[in-house]
Design a protein around this ligand. Structure first.
Ligand SMILES: [Zn+2]
Length: 279
């Protein structure tokens, strides 16, 4: 699919009106896509298209050029028309590219948030959508329910020309990656970095430096990337989360994650630095 311009996100809902829009229609965490000759694409639908659910379920996500992007939930028993199908979020990346994939990840999370926050968690009254921001408000006690995000740090630790990688029990294909962990309430991100690396591997780190971030919809995460330098310790695995960990050079790298993730961007950044310093 060809789209002019970049995606500009919005946190305020707006009405579809009579506009054509990209529709990220979600059934149980899976976007509905149109099948085409070379794969699948996000459907661009006319405002009168019968696929579009009732207006009270619409969420505007933003715009690509002049074209709005909307999401809504489809019922669990919805059967797609012949030229459409539901797709898992991960394989969608290869079909639609980074921008549309990240909008789809956003859509899945917004729909999940709306579905799981219909009633106030404090007093049980049915929430209503705020017109001011992306929140559900209790009309009785005024409690605001925002989409839930779970921030996690992801850290590349260097020691000389080596990098610290671990194999997690969550990685199905037994690849090695930089280490990651969720932020605890009351922690700064730097404190999370120090704690996680020490808890998982027994290694102390210093020079903790921000690298970049990535929304990660599996589910509701925000990955915040850092680099750090070895400051002491021997590798000692403390829990079942990391099955194996070690120091690797560019020449001894094991299987590493695919290009979809910030983990791979961190490792690629490190490889480029190693090649540069070897010249
Ligand atoms: Zn309430």
């Amino acid at each position: 699919m060809v789209s002019d311009g970049q995606f500009v996100a919005t946190s305020r809902n707006e009405e579809l009106g009579g506009r054509d829009a990209y529709w990220f229609l979600i059934r149980d965490f899976h976007p509905l896509v149109k099948t085409c000759d070379d794969g699948v694409e996000i459907p661009l639908l006319n405002a009168n298209d019968p696929l579009i659910p009732p207006v009270e379920t619409h969420h505007c996500l933003g715009h690509i050029g002049e074209v709005p992007c909307f999401t809504a939930e489809l019922p669990i028993d919805f059967n797609p028309p012949e030229d459409m199908e539901f797709i898992n979020l991960r394989p969608l990346h290869a079909h639609v590219g980074e921008m549309l994939w990240s909008i789809a990840g956003r859509a899945v999370q917004i729909v999940d948030w709306a579905r799981t926050n219909r009633y106030c968690g404090r007093c049980g009254v049915e929430n209503t959508f705020s017109l001011m921001d992306r929140s559900l408000r209790c009309p009785d006690c005024n409690l605001a329910h925002y989409p839930r995000l779970s921030p996690a740090v992801i850290v590349l630790v260097q020691r000389g020309n080596e990098v610290l990688l671990g194999r997690s029990n969550r990685f199905p294909n037994a690849f090695y990656s930089v280490l990651a962990g969720f932020v605890e309430p009351g922690e700064s991100l730097e404190q999370t970095v120090s704690r996680e690396i020490f808890e998982e591997t027994g290694i102390r780190v210093k020079d903790i430096t921000y690298f970049g971030s990535q929304p990660w919809p599996f589910p509701n995460s925000l990955m915040i990337g850092f680099t750090a330098t070895f400051a002491g310790g021997e590798i000692a695995l403390h829990d079942d989360e990391i099955l194996d960990a070690g120091w690797f050079t560019v020449d001894t790298l094991p299987n590493i994650p695919g290009s979809i993730s910030i983990a791979r961007k961190l490792i690629d950044w490190w490889i480029v630095g190693q090649r540069g310093s070897a010249d």
